[in-house]
Design a protein around this ligand. Structure first.
Ligand SMILES: Nc1ncnc2c1ncn2[C@@H]1O[C@H](COP(=O)(O)OP(=O)(O)O)[C@@H](O)[C@H]1O
Ligand SMILES: [Mg+2]
Length: 207
């Protein structure tokens, strides 16, 4: 079982993932959280390249291929093994982020991105069973990020129009794949969002 969390920075992914891992523990389920880009040695190195503010000259195409490289390694090194050991794999970002950020955000070819994601996920074998898209307006995300008080990285320092395109991309993805991708109204309190999330997981017999 693979569960991924998607949405722009500040939408509440880490918050909901923490609530979910606690809940799964209470149900005595084995769960592991992997973040993207990253989640293993090689992918964490790629993450450093991607998020480093010094790499402002990075081409969108390079960025795309680095995300795909990171995912390719994560799928084969970690996700595959964890699933074999019957873990529930929780992903903090995954393939949909590439479609939303590099496709809708940067304007790269969606067809090519689809093929690269297909390749990275071993011909779609390791695509998530369920994806929670936490949707909030860009302004709300910005103010939440400010209150988090962490340094802004290269990806986060893009302008508002970019994040509007990315958000819109996630909305289109959720409309294209309604049986996998659940669009959550993440402007609500974290408790309310989590209640809805649990309902969906219960309806699928995951908790
Ligand atoms: N539903 C919510 N309502 C208000 N604030 C929230 C909510 N969910 C998360 N936050 C706060 O917003 C900030 C960003 O949340 P976080 O979970 O780190 O988002 P992400 O991992 O998607 O970037 C954090 O300070 C967090 O405590
Ligand atoms: Mg986070």
């Amino acid at each position: 079982m693979i569960i991924s969390f998607e949405g722009i920075d500040g939408c509440g992914k880490s918050t909901q993932i923490a609530l979910l891992t606690d809940e799964l523990k209470r149900h005595n389920k084995k769960a592991v959280v992997l973040r993207e880009p990253g989640g293993n040695n090689i992918s964490e190195k790629i993450r450093e390249l991607l998020l480093d503010n010094k790499n402002s000259s990075m081409r969108s195409e390079t960025e795309l291929l680095l995300y795909i490289a990171s995912r390719t390694q994560l799928v084969r090194d970690e996700i595959r093994k964890m699933l074999e050991d019957n873990f529930i794999v929780i992903l903090d970002r995954f393939a949909d982020s590439t479609t939303a950020y590099q496709g809708y955000g940067r304007g790269l070819d969606l067809e090519i991105i689809g093929q690269l994601n297909h390749f990275a996920t071993d011909m779609g074998k390791y695509m998530p069973d369920i994806t929670f898209f936490l949707d909030i307006p860009v302004e709300t995300a910005f103010s939440r990020m400010m209150s988090r008080g962490e340094e802004i990285n290269r990806m986060e320092s893009s302008d508002k129009d970019f994040f509007e395109r990315v958000r819109n991309g996630f909305i289109i993805i959720s409309e294209n794949e309604p049986e996998r991708v659940f669009r959550m109204d993440a402007i609500q309190s974290k408790e309310k969002v989590f209640e809805q999330l649990k309902k969906i997981l219960k309806s699928r017999n995951i908790i």
